[in-house]
Design a binder for this molecule. Sequence first.
Ligand SMILES: NC(=O)c1ccc[n+]([C@@H]2O[C@H](COP(=O)([O-])OP(=O)(O)OC[C@H]3O[C@@H](n4cnc5c(N)ncnc54)[C@H](O)[C@@H]3O)[C@@H](O)[C@H]2O)c1
Ligand SMILES: [Zn+2]
Length: 665
Amino acid sequence: MSDIEIKIKNLIERIKELNYNYYTLDEPLISDKEYDKLYDELKKLEEESGLIFEDSPTQIVGDKVLEKFVKHEHLGRLYSLDKAQSFEEIEDWMNRAEKLRLQYNAGANDILPEIEYIIELKFDGLTINLTYKDGKLENAATRGTGVIGEEILPQVLTIDSIPRTIDFKGVVEVSGEGVMPLSSLEKYNQTHDDKLKNARNAAAGALRNLDPAVTRSRNLECYLYNIGFIDQNVINSQDEVFEFLVDNKFNTFPFRKKVHTFQELVQVITEIGEYRKTIDVLTDGVVIKINDFITRDVLGYTNKFPRWAIAYKFEAEQYVTKIKEVIWNVGRTGKVTPVAILEPVDIEGVTVSRATLNNFDDIQRKKVKIGSDVLIRRSNDVIPEILTAIDEDNSNTVDIEKPLFCPYCHSELFYDNVHIYCQNSLNCKPQLNARLTHFASREAMNIEGLSEKTIDKMIEVLDISEIDELYDITKDDLFKLEGFKDKKADNVLESIEKSKEVKLKSFIFALGIPNVGVKTASDLADQFVTLDKLKEAKFDDLINVSDIGEITANAIVEFFHDERIKKGLDDLISKGIKFIEINESKTDELKDLVMVVTGTIEGYNRKEIEEKLKLKGAKVTSSVSKSTDILLAGEKAGSKLAKAQQNNVKIYQGEELIKFLEGLE
Ligand SMILES: NC(=O)c1ccc[n+]([C@@H]2O[C@H](COP(=O)([O-])OP(=O)(O)OC[C@H]3O[C@@H](n4cnc5c(N)ncnc54)[C@H](O)[C@@H]3O)[C@@H](O)[C@H]2O)c1
Ligand SMILES: [Zn+2]
């Protein structure tokens, strides 16, 4: 693999993990700003190299839909939006549209009208798609992959403003954004201990919660702005979309503006920059849409977004405050990271007193010192980011020292490029606490009742130093901890006991292997089926798992070769960990064959084929290499076919392919 290919693969892997956490779990790992940076980097590399993998996040809308929901096939596809980073990019987009219009008008009988642009707010919540038949609300779904969403009708019915019946009697799908009003967020946070971090994830998490009572408690609202499907040809513009929505008593947001020129557009967007701070909904930008539908048809769509619309995101506002102190935190992997303690500052109604600084280089680059005035920015998330110090020659500042010893266990620290580690993973308390907290978390061993605080006490009072010791805890032990009475102790013991029966993927995630998140853990479980096989996996086996790049493959190999980890793992298993079979139907027919599926195959969906191959024991990878055993090549197979021919890979095509696929059923 070339350097650029490796870079691309690693980015894809990282972004998929982030997407899974954002779209599927509604618990983003990083801020949108940081995410957008990675995404743009990938887009740029793809453009430069022409290497675009089919599973790249730049080609796909959203993420998987969760099994726990009934699937809804949208009548009309739902899309993501292309993004402009600057006014110039909007202008370029307008110019392209105008050029296409003129070209079209030169050759056609009908003439496209002068372009009108509708500017709407870009609400930050979750897309909701509503299906009406015979005037009745039949269904509600999330966007999902754009083709298939998750049914969430009971959840959506908690939003009172959504009409249960409408005057229009045909079949129609209307879509809009489910949001948590900022006033609801504030009220919720005043009365609940489990504080919600931001309105977007609060709305998405509520709508995708299986319990509608939870959705109800968040007091959501929904603004409609789109018709994705209608069985009668009655709508010809965005103006008419809104007319239809209003006539049928849908809730639409009152603000939208029509412009014709770039100058007008800049002015309106600038005004919206101020206006958006005065309203009760979280917005992250504006959406600019071409009004006329025939023009839209001429411009068309890419895989991922319409060419007739573009989003422009607002930069988060910046604030000034002072750094009081920098403390060094020790994480689960022993990584030591700086946190700035700030003079509290009010940002959009939230008091902010901490900010992340990524590492020591970051501190130097931003010229941050104790006592410095700094610029900070909070995007839509709660933890803000320090941009830079703004008073470099202030003599009252004190340099931040590079730490040499762990602030907790005083071991000497290890420097690896920009990262600093405390290598005393054995009895450095914050590391142990973070490891145990991760181990017990919902997507891992799912041990209820083990909060970070409880784990702290266990380490302190019961002198726990290894994960497996969790399983030796007795009721008498728990009584020694503050706040533990009979019932609470029983509950914790029961959930510890229950956790011994665990899915392999949850166990792999629980181990906290560097770079292995929920999705990668699940892929590893699918591919290797048993823990023993995974433990023995070689770099080459791992790199062939789709989405795993070199860094992760190396991390996994190293993890399972570490003597201390090996022993810890054996101790843990010896406490009676049992893996629950989930793929009972798994057979060995294609055992260990490395297979690639490419091209289009009529009547089949590639993802489904891949799933079936995996169930029969094959390893499915996304690119052809020397280790590929079989390529399934549909129509338009392209470069993978050529590469397979070069490498003498066995190829199934045409009739042979269809026969093979029928044999899989
Ligand atoms: N923090 C993370 O880890 C993480 C991960 C994945 C995605 N993200 C965020 O999500 C963005 C990408 O998500 P996306 O592909 O869903 O695109 P998007 O959310 O940026 O844009 C498309 C969506 O905008 C919404 N929208 C709101 N108002 C609208 C209006 N008036 N008209 C039309 N649509 C409107 C629709 O729901 C539509 O689906 C990224 O830029 C990033 O900010 C963050
Ligand atoms: Zn330490």
